[in-house]
Design a protein around this ligand. Structure first.
Ligand SMILES: Cc1cc2nc3c(=O)[nH]c(=O)nc-3n(C[C@H](O)[C@H](O)[C@H](O)COP(=O)(O)O)c2cc1C
Length: 164
């Protein structure tokens, strides 16, 4: 089974999680920024990672999901500044799940990701970002080693599902 870990990451948090997932996958496997993926048809199982941007999916991730051929086995992972379980962090994953409707989603994983103090200061001034930027202060140490261990366990579980 050929595996692809495709990630979209502007400041490196989602990339760290992607690398942790990639590390525990057996060969054959590939790790590629989502914008550089050539041909998804080459792969049987695709992990797709993204950050939450303005409560939703970054546009490029939305386009990638919309263009996926149906019937693929996929797994989704996400990083976000807001507190886990709040609507602010869940909406983007829900959106990704809806867009993945034609595919077999074997699992999803999310953890927090830090936002630079400079970005927090600028974004926090806009009413649209006020709520999550308040929460994001406590995301400053994430993804931490526990998040990365959890991501590895998630990847192993997805592999078990994929092999069934
Ligand atoms: C422009 C921008 C908008 C963001 N919007 C949200 C948001 O709506 N909700 C949230 O929880 N986090 C938000 N974040 C925080 C990111 O989701 C978080 O820092 C993520 O880990 C970044 O991943 P990356 O380093 O892979 O790009 C935003 C970050 C940026 C830069």
């Amino acid at each position: 089974m050929k595996k692809l870990v495709a990630y979209y990451s502007l400041t490196g948090n989602t990339k760290k999680v992607a690398e942790a997932i990639y590390e525990v996958l057996p060969e054959p496997k590939s790790l590629t920024p989502l914008t550089e993926v050539q041909n998804v048809d080459d792969f049987d199982l695709i992990f797709i990672g993204f950050p939450v941007h303005s409560h939703s999916l970054p546009y490029k991730v939305e386009a990638f999901l919309k263009n996926l051929p149906s019937g693929k086995k996929i797994a989704l992972f996400m990083t976000h500044g807001s507190i886990p379980g709040t609507r602010l962090s869940m909406e983007a994953m829900e959106q990704a799940l809806v867009l993945s409707g034609g595919n077999k989603v074997l699992g999803s994983f999310s953890c927090r990701g830090k936002v630079s103090p400079q970005a927090l200061e600028v974004l926090g001034k806009s009413p649209e970002h006020e709520l999550w930027t308040e929460m994001a202060v406590t995301a400053a140490s994430h993804p931490d080693r526990h998040d990365l261990e959890d991501a590895k366990t998630f990847a192993r579980l997805v592999m078990l599902e994929a092999n069934q």
